[in-house]
Design a protein around this ligand. Structure first.
Ligand SMILES: Nc1ncnc2c1ncn2[C@@H]1O[C@H](COP(=O)(O)OS(=O)(=O)O)[C@@H](OP(=O)(O)O)[C@H]1O
Ligand SMILES: [Mg+2]
Ligand SMILES: [Mg+2]
Ligand SMILES: [Mg+2]
Length: 451
């Protein structure tokens, strides 16, 4: 009889071959091995306490020996573990850079060819995560589709900027052991950093496995001292199989949100009135098919990362009455038509003011039940990129929500770097009932809109 075998990581749901969650574990189980008979239920699972760490890399070998590796879908436990720790590290990097952006001059914000903003954090996170993934899985096994390139950094007059990026990447990697990674033996040089950024040059597509990374999503929010996200997802054969969103300014507790907003309006730093650890931002993540999404706080300074790092499950809101629902959308009208969504909200009887938030934090807000609807209707001709959505989509779906285009079709991550064929816009909601209402309302209003 085929047998499955996993090394346990607390907070990570373990799924059977058909995607059903078969067991969840606490930190007491970390380091144990789980064996289960193929297709059996949880009661037939038993764990062997505290097996030797060095066995972890031999699990796949063991599966092969047991003759099940090729028949069983991948579980992606190692990929999720690495991705969460890498995003935690990137959050720490971004917090340092954002602090310095707020306290120093704005000349640290640069413009790309399309006039969009970019900072040393965008390049540095891309370099650091690319380097960590290559170290963890082997460079030749890692294919990454990411937002940034080295064009601007390679210009003759960019040596100061490049030096700042190299320095920021090395500062970040010096923290690697705290996050369970082995850092570089020597500080990375300029060419290593440029190489790590350029390595993210995959163009995705329908087959094989690749990562997609938005090193800083919502760069505008980032430079304004507001919300932003680090978004990492793994795509296999066109399907998002795991997603991780780092949201360094999004508090673990909803009640902190209004405090953060108040701080932003009066342009003070985000320092809470008490030393509550939950205010400090979060990392949210999900494995496709697990039926669960999780969030954990950012790692405290000087602490070592240990699964599950106080992870707790997140779940979408149960509100399905539009009159009680909150919808969120991009802050900038240039990125999504506020007038169209205002019309929709009116038609559907949504009474609450929209929650305008920078970045994929909007996806985290829906997954966690802080809002019920997210809508983005970009101007005609703008093509949405996969890294702006992949991580958020799987997290919302596993938290119980629905994400489609305005035609009700799932977002298609198999067509390269763009969400080709996206019908009008992106709609995410807390449940199917609410979702259907929005889609019907969009259909009713679309022809009379100027979009
Ligand atoms: N014209 C236009 N229309 C639609 N979308 C655009 C447009 N230009 C850029 N982008 C992408 O939007 C990403 C930021 O989305 P947000 O939801 O954070 O927008 S907002 O800043 O809150 O307005 C932003 O992501 P980052 O570049 O990572 O910040 C872009 O990928
Ligand atoms: Mg950008
Ligand atoms: Mg983005
Ligand atoms: Mg970005």
């Amino acid at each position: 009889m085929p047998i499955n075998c996993w090394r346990l990581t607390a907070g990570v749901p373990y799924v059977s071959g058909n995607g059903r969650v078969i067991h969840r574990f606490t930190s007491n189980h970390v380091g144990s091995v789980l064996f289960s008979h193929h297709q059996n239920s949880a009661k037939h699972i038993f764990s062997v306490p505290k097996f030797n760490q060095s066995y972890s890399s031999s699990i796949i070998e063991e599966q092969k020996n047991l003759g099940v590796a090729s028949a069983e879908p991948e579980i992606f436990y190692k990929e999720l573990d690495v991705a969460v720790r890498a995003v935690q590290m990137a959050c720490s990097l971004c917090q340092r850079v954002q602090d310095s952006l707020i306290s120093k001059s704005k000349d640290q914000v640069h413009s790309k060819d399309d006039s969009s903003p970019v900072t040393i954090a965008d390049w540095s996170v891309q370099a650091a995560i690319s380097w960590l993934l290559s170290e963890s899985f082997g460079r030749k096994n890692v294919s990454i589709v990411a937002e940034e390139d080295v064009k601007k950094l390679s210009k003759a007059d960019a040596s100061g900027l490049l030096a700042a990026v190299v320095n920021t990447v090395n500062e970040c990697l010096a923290e690697a052991p705290r996050f369970g990674f082995q850092g570089p033996d020597m500080a990375l040089g300029t060419s290593d950093v440029l190489e790590a950024i350029s390595h993210c040059n995959s163009s995705g597509g329908p087959t094989g496995r690749f990562w997609t990374l938005d090193p800083v999503d919502g760069t505008l929010g980032f430079v304004r001292g507001d919300q932003y996200a680090i978004a990492l997802a793994l795509i296999e054969d066109g399907e998002v199989v795991l997603g991780v969103l780092g949201c360094p300014n999004y508090p673990m507790r909803k009640e902190w949100l209004s405090y953060h907003h108040r701080c932003h309006r009066i342009k003070t730093r985000l320092t809470p009135p008490t030393s509550d650890s939950w205010h400090q931002g979060l990392v949210t993540y999900a494995l496709k098919g697990s039926g669960r999404a999780w969030m954990q706080p950012l790692l405290h300074a000087n602490k070592k990362f240990v699964w599950p790092n106080s992870a707790r499950p997140v779940c979408v809101s149960s509100i399905d009455d539009p009159a009680l629902a909150t919808f969120c959308e991009p802050v900038e009208k240039a990125n999504s038509s506020h007038s169209f969504t205002a019309g929709l909200a009116h038609t559907m009887g949504l009474r609450k003011q929209p929650l305008r938030v920078y970045s994929m934090v909007k996806y985290a807000a829906i997954a966690r039940g802080d809002a019920e609807i997210f809508m983005k209707f970009a101007r005609a001709g703008y093509k949405e990129k996969i890294w702006d959505h992949a991580a958020g989509v799987v997290i919302i779906q596993e938290a119980g929500g629905v994400v489609t285009d305005a035609g009700g079709h799932p977002l298609d991550f198999s067509k390269g770097i763009y969400l080709e064929c996206l019908d009008r816009g992106v709609i995410a909601s807390a449940g199917a009932k609410l979702h259907d209402k929005i889609i019907r309302a969009v259909d009713a209003s679309w022809d009379s809109s100027s979009l």
